[in-house]
Design a protein around this ligand. Structure first.
Ligand SMILES: NC(=O)c1ccc[n+]([C@@H]2O[C@H](COP(=O)([O-])OP(=O)(O)OC[C@H]3O[C@@H](n4cnc5c(N)ncnc54)[C@H](O)[C@@H]3O)[C@@H](O)[C@H]2O)c1
Ligand SMILES: O=P(O)(O)OC[C@H]1O[C@H](O[C@H]2[C@H](O)[C@@H](O)[C@@H](O)O[C@@H]2CO)[C@H](O)[C@@H](O)[C@@H]1O
Ligand SMILES: [Mn+2]
Length: 440
């Protein structure tokens, strides 16, 4: 079987160790000859990389491992780029979440003004990775899950239309795992689902088991009462995430014929979210206090002891969708996966140039979207507004346009007025001076 060379862009990510452990657990179906990390923060990356070096030596010494901050070294001779960068890192995520709250608007990583600010930072970062890949390994594919995936996907569609990049998200994976447990199944892959929307803004329309039995009624009955919290709680779910899964019961009330992505709570219940937010302590603080502390603490312990058992790093099971995708391209498996792709008529009554999250069959030449057909007025109206926000952000970045970014924030369903939007925008410009292009 052919062996592949992968570079992880954003090697210093808290998700990198879990993904490395997942790659090692999937060598039978996606074998590696080389694994590289690339990051523009050498110190952050070094801690993660040195710990992963110990793990790789123990489990797969035959895989050539290295890490670098040099793009040429990182992107030369690679088959796949797995990209999970966070431009501005957690300190900027904290500002994305706290600045809108100062103005009575929800602060969230990928939604509303926070997501727009994050998008304005991410576009340049991800396009830079695409350009390195095309310069040093023109035949490679980029599997991107750097957020905000919706805005990044629109930017790559518009500004790098020929790039071999696939934009993906693990939220539907996480929710489907819970749905499977609610339905009494072991694994989400025992289900066949139909879904449509934008990234972090979608709905399931059909969920069947492998025999074609309709699971929607049973799952929906549970979700309407308990949200996406299975009868036996998923271990390790943090309180704020549990709140989000429970809130799905109110989100699903809006449409009895579908089941919602959890992120719709931010657009349908923004007042609830603001009321339950602590402007002094947001999700970014929780992640720095928990995931970041846990991952870097474990990595340092592994480095000190020189053995992986000194740490408590866990395999990121959900991340196996990344190998599903890489294997589908490498071996033309025609895997059926949710990807963020140009609509191009798949949703018949929606903008053909929108980037939509829909089921695709994936083979060596990339994704082939499945037809969705017409969508109802409720979803069409919501998606039209949200996709216009995402498109305006990319236009604002490309044209350095204050006006268009003001329009984007004003148009967001999470923002009450143009005056509040302008106040938030002016604060975000000040906070992002190091990262955004200068707007005129
Ligand atoms: N698509 C999804 O469903 C999904 C799921 C989980 C996480 N994510 C995304 O994965 C990314 C990583 O998340 P995290 O919490 O581990 O963040 P993190 O801050 O721990 O790691 C991000 C890394 O990216 C690096 N980086 C930033 N800008 C860079 C650039 N221009 N070039 C190279 N490296 C750069 C940082 O130095 C850092 O080491 C985020 O974008 C997050 O939103 C996406
Ligand atoms: O607040 P965070 O950083 O913990 O999570 C934000 C991300 O949430 C989603 O990814 C989840 C995933 O859905 C869940 O199943 C599990 O694997 O954890 C992931 C990260 O927490 C979402 O899809 C991402 O886009 C967000 O960045
Ligand atoms: Mn996501």
């Amino acid at each position: 079987m052919k062996k592949f060379s992968v570079v992880v862009a954003g090697g210093g990510s808290t998700f990198t160790p879990g993904i490395v452990l997942m790659l090692l657990a999937n060598q039978h179906r996606f074998p590696l000859r080389a694994l590289k990390f690339y990051d523009n923060d050498g110190a952050r990356q070094e801690t993660i990389a040195e710990a992963c070096k110990v793990i790789l030596k123990e489990q797969a010494p035959e895989i050539e491992f290295s890490y670098t901050t040099d793009p040429k070294e990182a992107f030369t001779d690679v088959d796949f780029v797995m990209a999970h960068i966070r431009v501005g890192k957690y300190p900027m995520r904290e500002k994305d979440e706290k600045i809108p709250l100062r103005h009575g608007v929800l602060g969230q990583e990928t939604c509303g003004p926070g997501g727009i600010a994050y998008g304005m930072r991410s576009i340049g970062g991800v396009l830079g990775l695409v350009d390195y890949m095309e310069k040093y390994s023109p035949n490679a594919w980029m599997l991107n899950y750097s957020n905000p995936a919706a805005i990044v996907a629109e930017a790559t569609r518009k500004l790098r239309p020929n790039a071999k990049i696939l934009n993906i998200c693990d939220m539907p994976i996480g929710i489907e795992s819970r749905m499977a447990h609610i339905a009494g199944l072991k694994d989400r892959k025992e289900m066949c689902t139909r879904y449509y929307g934008l990234n972090h803004f979608g709905w399931w329309t059909s969920i069947e088991d492998k025999h074609g039995n309709d699971l929607m009624p049973k799952i929906r009955e549970h979700v309407a009462k308990f949200g996406y919290v299975p009868p036996t709680e998923e271990p390790g779910t943090e309180a704020s995430w549990n709140d989000t899964f429970v809130k799905a019961r109110d989100v699903c009330a809006l449409d009895p014929d579908t089941l919602p992505n959890t992120y719709l709570k931010y657009y349908l219940y923004p007042d609830y979210v603001v009321k339950h937010s602590n402007p002094a302590h947001t999700r970014a603080n929780e992640v720095m206090e928990h995931r970041e502390k846990h991952v870097f603490g474990s990595c340092n312990a592994i480095i000190q002891a020189g053995k992986s058992s000194a740490g408590e790093l866990e395999i990121d099971e959900h991340a196996s969708y990344i190998v599903d995708l890489a294997a589908a391209i490498a071996f033309n498996t025609q895997e059926r996966m949710l990807l963020i792709v140009p609509n191009n008529g798949a949703i018949n009554n929606f903008d053909p140039e929108a980037m939509v999250e829909i089921p695709c069959l994936v083979g060596k030449s990339g994704p082939e979207p499945l037809v969705v057909g017409n969508i109802p007025q409720f979803q069409k109206g919501l998606m039209s507004q949200q996709v216009a926000v995402e498109k305006l952000v990319v236009e604002a970045w490309e044209e350095r346009s204050y006006q268009k970014l003001w329009q984007a924030i004003t148009l967001s369903k999470t923002v009450p007025s143009a005056s509040v939007a302008k106040a938030i925008l002016d604060d975000l410009i000040e906070a992002n001076k190091e990262y955004w292009p200068e707007l005129k």
